[in-house]
Design a protein around this ligand. Sequence first.
Ligand code: GDP
Ligand code: MN
Length: 380
Amino acid sequence: MKLQEYRSREILARHGVPVLDGEIATTADEARVAAERIGGPVVVKAQVLVGGRGKAGGVKLAETPDEAAARAGEILGMTIKGVTVRTVLVAAAADIAHEYYLGLILDRGGQAITIIASADGGVEIEETARTNPAAILRLPLHPLIGLQQHQVRRVAFFLGLPVELRKAFGTTLDGLYATFVDADADLAEVNPLVITADGRLVALDAKIVLDDSALFRHPDLEALRDLAEEEPSEVAAREAGINFIKLDGSIGCMVNGAGLAMTTMDLVKLAGGEPANFLDIGGGAKADRVAAAFRIILDDPNVRAILVNIFGGITRGDEVARGIVEARATLSRQVPMVVRIIGTNAAEAAEILLAARLITADSLDDAAAKAVAAARETQA
Ligand code: GDP
Ligand code: MN
């Protein structure tokens, strides 16, 4: 779960990370009032859960409250990467001397919380990783000892921070680490962390991504979930108890089991197609859940074919097949469906699917190839 910048800033500030005064606004007038209270130049920033707001015109400076209102009027209602801006943050503007990148990630490969730092801040870190990997420091932290002071010094040295800011940097990195651990985050990132013209260290942007599996330990944070800002299909899936992640391809996948779902996506790619989603329907695969899964998949206009891959264990294949046929009849949009059901009562399942004129497949390779071909035909 991603937190909005203004929430991330609040949490970081509570842990001692220096941020500038700010408040949110949902109208141009509210932005004017906020700018009046803050005083001096402000920055008006779109609050959306996607990156690259600056480049998209969602971050604008304003010298006066009237200007802040005008900039807020421009930013509210604009779309950034398909997301409509409903809220802006009005914050005291910094006079920037240098921008740095400072982040903590959970590096699953390295099995450690890892510091990522770069003196090339402000731009997307993925871009720096591609063009100039030597400009990035990756420093894993010991899982039991945590952040150590010699590591703080090493990062400060790598970034080339002036000596007089080392202490402030220590406080900042300590606060970022405390935030990460306290909140069970997957990512806590400040980009940019800046040195201002008058020599202060300030976090100008903040992004926290929480570990969904740990959210039950943080009801206060879970309550901040901004459903209107999240991918609607992923919200619907969560409500239906389906594990779903939207992707950009044309082949919808409905699978039981996370491992089988990933294998299915791999085979779709091997067959020359692109999966439109990851979807694990979980155990049972009852008709109502199957119907919900189909609706979620078909909500995506890019989907040209659906590949259903079910392993019948405790769930009987014929029950699943009946569920699929039933669910299919309720859908408002039809695309070719390739269904592979193996395991318990697979033969009975095949009969039901054939009678309903669905495309069946014996092997996974065969299923993937048929789905890719069907998607191409629908496209043409
Ligand atoms: P992002 O594009 O979504 O990462 O949004 P950021 O909050 O990082 O803002 C993008 C860029 O806008 C920053 O890298 C800065 O260059 C600029 N910016 C943001 N806040 C301020 C500010 O207070 N003062 C100045 N001068 N520039 C700012
Ligand atoms: Mn940023």
